[in-house]
Structure formats: structure tokens, C-alpha cells
Design a binder for this molecule. Structure first.
Ligand code: CDP
Ligand code: CDP
Length: 206
């Protein structure tokens, strides 16, 4: 039976970490949909036309080791404004969402566009400063010279682009539960998310 958990929210809110742990807890499959856009963005940086890249993505593309860099994140949010690129990635995400045995997907438009019928929807947020600090700590491990202010500026710019695009903009679904993790560690955020999903499971059984 299908049970979809849709996790959306802005950059570095902790969606991926939370989704992975939640999926492990529930025994569900997990898809980080940002990776699809990052893989298309990485191809763009190599000179491949974005629609062609989206239509021909391979497992190898999704495993490229540069996908977590700031350059690729920026390119991802640029290709993500192109409606045809988004459309080319829909079927794969929908099929994943409705697979038997349950799925957790995280991204920007899972609860609004990819799977509006998702049984549980969370919108994970944190202040821009907290999110930038989290991302800075990660990026600094790859490059000690990376400046906090530059990461904060990138996060703000990407949020702006994601929220203001015409096609599938970042916004909470009407029936999403908001989870602000500004003051929550990973364990506490996971506990809150588990409670939200289990409450939905109980409600659907009743
Ligand atoms: O997927 P998204 O960009 O929303 O965030 P992430 O990559 O899961 O998390 C960004 C960083 O924040 C990771 O290094 C996490 O360890 C850290 N973090 C978190 O995910 N959740 C918290 N409540 C606190 C920190
Ligand atoms: O990890 P972080 O939250 O920083 O970014 P991500 O989830 O890997 O997504 C990278 C970019 O892909 C975002 O800034 C969005 O522009 C785009 N994206 C999207 O448009 N729709 C999704 N479902 C997932 C990502």
C-alpha cells in the first residue's frame, strides 16, 4: 500500500537529514528530489542543455561527487525555474511517491505538485541565519576558506528564486504541518516529525 510523506522547505532547513532518518524509522524508501535538480544543474555547468539533461538523467549522474557544492546548488535553482525541466522529472517522482511500502520525498513542491494526495505533509523551516550556519559548517569541511556571509547570501538568493518562480514555487501546502527547527537539534526534529506522521497514520486508520 502507498503512504507518502512529503517534506518541503527552504535550503538547508534539515529536510534531507530528517527525511532519511524518518524513512529509516518507518521502513520507507527515501528520495531527495533536490538531487535530480542538482544533477541537471551539474550538467548545465558542463554545457549540456538543461532539458536534454533532465530527459536523460542516469543513476551515475545522481552519484556525481560535486552535487553538494554551492556552484551546483546555484545552477540547480536556475534550471528548476524551467517548466519543461520540471515536467521531465515529474513521472519518476510521482511513481516513487506512490510505490508500495511507503515513501518519504523531500524537496520544494512535493506536497503541492508532485504528490498533493500525500498522506502526511511537513513544511520544515528554520531562520535564514540558522540554515546558513548549518550549510556553512558542511561546506567548510570541503573548503576551509568558504565565508559564512557568502553562504548566507547564496541561501537567501536561492530561497528568493525558489519562492518567486511561476512554476511550482516553494510554499507550504494548505494541509502541511509546519515544523520550525531553528531551536531543534536533529533528534528533537526527528521526534516531532515521527509524532506528526504517526498521528496521520492513526487518523487514516480511524
Ligand atoms: O536537505 P536540506 O538542505 O534541507 O538540509 P540538510 O542537508 O538535511 O541539513 C543541513 C545540515 O543541518 C546538516 O549538516 C544537518 O546535520 C544539520 N541539521 C539538521 O539537519 N537538522 C537540525 N535540526 C539541525 C541541524
Ligand atoms: O539541500 P538544499 O535544500 O540546499 O537544496 P536541494 O533540496 O538539493 O535543492 C536544490 C535546488 O533544486 C533548490 O534550490 C530548488 O531550486 C531545486 N528544487 C526544486 O525546485 N524542486 C524540488 N522538489 C527540489 C529541489
Amino acid at each position: 500500500m502507498a503512504f507518502t510523506v512529503a517534506i518541503d522547505g527552504p535550503a538547508a532547513a534539515g529536510k534531507g537529514t530528517l527525511s532519511k532518518a524518518l524513512a529509516a524509522h518507518l521502513g520507507f524508501a527515501h528520495l531527495d528530489t533536490g538531487l535530480l535538480y542538482r544533477a541537471v544543474g551539474a550538467k548545465l555547468l558542463l554545457g549540456v542543455e538543461p532539458l536534454e539533461a533532465a530527459e536523460t538523467l542516469t543513476a551515475e549522474d545522481l552519484a556525481a561527487d560535486n552535487l553538494r557544492t554551492a556552484e551546483v546548488a546555484d545552477a540547480a535553482s536556475k534550471v528548476a525555474v524551467i517548466p519543461e525541466v520540471r515536467a521531465a522529472l515529474v513521472d519518476f517522482q510521482r511513481a516513487f511517491a506512490r510505490r508500495d511500502g511507503g515513501a518519504v520525498l523531500d524537496g520544494r513542491d512535493i506536497g503541492t505538485v508532485i504528490c498533493p494526495e500525500a498522506e502526511a505533509k511537513l513544511f520544515v523551516t528554520a531562520s535564514p541565519e540558522v540554515r546558513a550556519e548549518r550549510r556553512w559548517l558542511e561546506l567548510r569541511a570541503r573548503d576551509p576558506k568558504v565565508a559564512f556571509d557568502a553562504v548566507l547570501a547564496d541561501v537567501r538568493e536561492r530561497d528568493e528564486r525558489d519562492m518567486n518562480r511561476a512554476s511550482a514555487p516553494l510554499k507550504p501546502a494548505e494541509d502541511a504541518v509546519m515544523l520550525d527547527t531553528s531551536d531543534l537539534g536533529i533528534e528533537a526534529a526527528l521526534k516531532a516529525a515521527i509524532e506528526i506522521v504517526e498521528a496521520r497514520m492513526q487518523a487514516l486508520k480511524a
